[in-house]
Design a protein. Sequence first.
Length: 266
Amino acid sequence: VHPDPTIGMGVGHRRGDEFQAAIDAHPVCACVVTPSFQNPLGSRMPDPAARKRPVTMLGPRGIPIIEDDTFAELPFDGARPRSLRVWDDWDQVLRCGSFGKTLAPGYRIGWIVPGPRHFDAVRQCRLATTIAASMPPQLALARYLASGGYDRHLRRLRTTLRDNVARLAAEVAARFPEGTRISRPAGGFVLWVELPDELDALELFDGARRMGISVCPGPVFSASGGYRNCIRLSAGHLWSEETEQAVQTLAELLRAQRSGRQDLRE
Ligand SMILES: Cc1ncc(COP(=O)(O)O)c(C=O)c1O
């Protein structure tokens, strides 16, 4: 299902009912959705109509929904978006989250709220794969949560990320080739950048890597090699002169790529 860059699979999606058509056409075992600040688009399904919809469509059919709630703690303004479980009268939503985006990926600690229906199956699965997560970091995080430190940290982090994303978007808008389109996420820390059609994200990725700059090329997010002219940029690091310089270098690589293409055509 092709999500809308702003509202994901939400109601009012310009592609109409692709979601409904997919469910009708295929034997669906489960549905994975990221309603809040999806990676890489940063889309947010509007609350409540769009969020309620997948639950009311799938719940009665007995299709589980795996809700990836990983970025939900990072709205730029206002409250955290509500989990799909709020509308789940069928106990089919398995909500998953992580400290990987808010504290550090290295803890390798997240959580799952499967609800009574799927609880035993999830526990069984966990046991069969890794038995359990390491106990000392879990206890340390539990103490941190209880102290209120995590909430203070999140308040600061949201402001920092909002400023970083705005700054990165402004730098990209100012330096990248004309015709570049940039997402406007309302949370999280990634930007989806659509380059003019003739530019190639994989070529940019290679050039950038040689300069020590990390970008994620669009085809990584496609099962069919799509999004060739798209990249995902992360604004999750502290802003520095180096970041600004990196955007400038990417812009120069794109300019060189574009003039190379023009030379070929001439
Ligand atoms: C939407 C989303 N969910 C889950 C994960 C995985 O998080 P973790 O590092 O906690 O495994 C990522 C990581 O990039 C992500 O973008």
